[in-house]
Write a protein that binds this ligand. Structure first.
Ligand code: DGL
Length: 270
């Protein structure tokens, strides 16, 4: 297999949540072509075993490499937190490997003046301890509190956003004593940018709420700059694949991606 030096940007997630990152990449690098894969057949990854997550991620990586992607971007915190080392090793020299946690730690946390930081995410992301571990390496003195908020992904996917039900769920989670007194909150899941303003409002806009989408896109721009070349199609060749297709996925994809996109079904496991 030959990987061309100007191939597309491959982006994947367990489902449509990673489209928040894809959308930011499109804004920052409009001339790049994106190949997106949402593993909707296996969603959610948030409570799967690391073995299963790695197995799915490798298969998706192979698919993206077959499309000559020169970047593999895991737009999923769960993948980035639980199986990143193994996946990065698997990708090896075949493409540039990017996750969604390191850019936040290196570009945002490193230079912040927070004295008490909170992180929310799926059970797997929080139980892995990846965020506190990486953050402590750059800011050893910072108090970091983490909380799993597993209801938020299904809540968003069911369309409960900016309403009473989602306000009640967000309030119940964010009132947890573990997050008491924080001045900054990291949204450790690529679904959560959808409810970012709702979360900011819960805190009366007094807590700095950070998501990874734009930061990851900017990191990517810098990584690509030395090589600099895209495929010359002016970003018009984007494709969006899902492993299971329903009308419902099509509908919610619109919520995560600013442009109208059409989803193609590609079952990698048949
Ligand atoms: N978007 C995934 C993440 O960032 C969460 C969804 C899932 O649990 O599969 O962790």
């Amino acid at each position: 297999m030959t990987i061309s030096g100007n191939g597309p940007i491959g982006i994947f997630d367990s489902g449509v949540g990673g489209l928040t990152v894809a959308s930011a990449v499109k804004q920052v690098l409009p001339d790049e072509t994106i190949i997106y894969f949402g593993d909707t057949a296996h969603l959610p990854y948030g409570d799967k075993s690391p073995e299963a997550i790695l197995h799915y991620s490798k298969k998706i990586t192979d698919f993206l490499l077959e499309h000559n992607c020169r970047v593999i971007l895991a737009a999923c915190n769960t993948v980035s937190a639980t199986v990143w080392k193994e996946l990065e090793r698997y990708i090896g020299e075949r493409a540039v490997a990017v996750n969604v946690i390191d850019p936040i730690v290196n570009r945002v946390v490193r230079s912040m003046s927070s004295s008490s930081l909170g992180v929310i995410g799926t059970k797997n992301t929080i139980n892995s301890g990846a965020y506190p571990e990486k953050i402590k390496k750059v800011l050893p003195g910072l108090r970091v509190s983490s909380l799993a908020t597993p209801l938020l992904v299904p809540m968003i996917e069911e369309g409960f956003i900016y309403d009473d039900i989602s306000n009640a769920i967000i309030r119940a989670y964010l009132s947890d004593t573990r997050l008491e007194g924080i001045d900054t909150l990291i949204l450790g899941c690529t679904h959560y940018p959808i409810i970012k303003n709702q979360i900011r409002k819960f805190y009366d806009f007094r807590v700095d709420v950070i998501d990874s989408a734009m930061t990851v896109a900017e990191e990517l721009r810098e990584l690509l700059e030395p090589g600099g070349r895209c495929d010359g199609r002016g970003g018009r060749g984007d494709r969006f694949f899902v492993s299971d297709y329903t009308e419902y996925f099509r509908k919610i994809a619109g919520m995560f991606f600013e442009n109208e996109i059409s989803l193609e079904k590609q079952d990698l496991w048949k």
